[in-house]
Design a protein around this ligand. Sequence first.
Ligand SMILES: Nc1ncnc2c1ncn2[C@@H]1O[C@H](COP(=O)(O)OP(=O)(O)OP(=O)(O)O)[C@@H](O)[C@H]1O
Ligand SMILES: [Mg+2]
Length: 414
Amino acid sequence: MKVLFATPNRSLMDALTVLVPSQRELSIAYNSSEATKALKQKDGEFDFIVVDEETFLGNFPWEWMPLLRDHSQVSQIIVILSEKTDSVYAEIIKRLAVDLKISLIAPGLTKEEVAGEVNLRVYKQAKKEIEKKGRLITVFSSSSKDGATTVALSTAMAIAKGTSKKVGLLDLNLKSPELRDFMGVKGEKGLPLIQADMDAKLLEPETLLKACEQVSSVKNLFVLTGLVRREWAEKISVSEIAFLLQVARETFDIVFVDVHSFPDNAATVRSLLDADERWVVVSPSVASYQSSWHDWYNSVFMHYGLSHDDFKVIINRDSKELASVNEIERSMGVKVFAQVSHVGQEKGIKSLNFGEPMFISKEDEYAPFKNEINKIAQQVSQNMGITEFEVTGKKGKVKGRGLVASMFPFLIVK
Ligand SMILES: Nc1ncnc2c1ncn2[C@@H]1O[C@H](COP(=O)(O)OP(=O)(O)OP(=O)(O)O)[C@@H](O)[C@H]1O
Ligand SMILES: [Mg+2]
């Protein structure tokens, strides 16, 4: 196996070279001209090309990145991102990485962490068959903006807060990735960092974890934010998504996947087919629980062999005056699993604009919403045989089913 390492940083180079079992297979470059020379030499192509972005700091990314790929169409290329790059160039690099199938390593890691990432990708590539482990729950809206992201993020937070389980939330809404905004993060991490690894089937749980964002108040929640190139959505293949879902199951105890309501791309379809639970979030509007649901069910879901019983309905912005549970169940032919109340339009937009998830807001108006979400989280935990679920409410800490049910008797979860 032939490997090229390029970095101007001597101590990083030392950390990388100790990984290599045989020095004969290794080429090293400390600057852009040495790297360019190594890439142009004719005696055999590199299997792995690992390049610190700082090697090419004086060059434009649209010049040096294609140069890496021009060396060979089959080499695995990994670029270690630099903290010195301004945000415009950082964005260009991420976009080019998608086109050129280049894996990225997040900026700001220690040399040992970078070496660990490289080791995972280069020297542990013979991947064992992954065991199906964590529970996979795919959440989508019957029609756009019914609240899939809100329900997925809030429930993932509730389970992570209420249990010690490792909870993953993947933004696979490729055409409308909004978890980044909901969480108020800038987007250094996320799906773009691992797209090439998904494609090459080299993704490892440790790499997936490092690509996830975290919220300081919920330590065991890991959120993979979405694509930065929405026009790429339809190019992501079914096998890439299936592989990511498998690795996510291996990484987390529970995986929530937030997908787009239109089942016209691999992410929505594969995530629905592979899921253990499929939650369809509806609003009490005929456009949602009637027209949109029936159109998509009859034209797509049914043909993939999914029956009505394979879905669970969550009514968001619940309003009995607009449509009762019975009406919605009768129309959809699917059982209603839970109801979530409307916090108010402004509050919803505010939480998005300020990147403050409604579930962790301390304001009193959110209490009914949070109680309902906790109830869903508790139900999921019970279904998985997790007995440790805890809710810290105003009246103190409660444990176990009976107490929670007695605290929130007005909540309906079937
Ligand atoms: N129960 C609720 N109370 C108040 N606001 C809400 C509620 N549910 C969702 N919202 C707000 O409504 C908007 C749309 O919600 P969300 O983004 O979760 O929908 P979605 O179905 O994921 O949308 P998309 O179709 O883009 O994926 C957001 O601003 C969100 O904060
Ligand atoms: Mg959404």
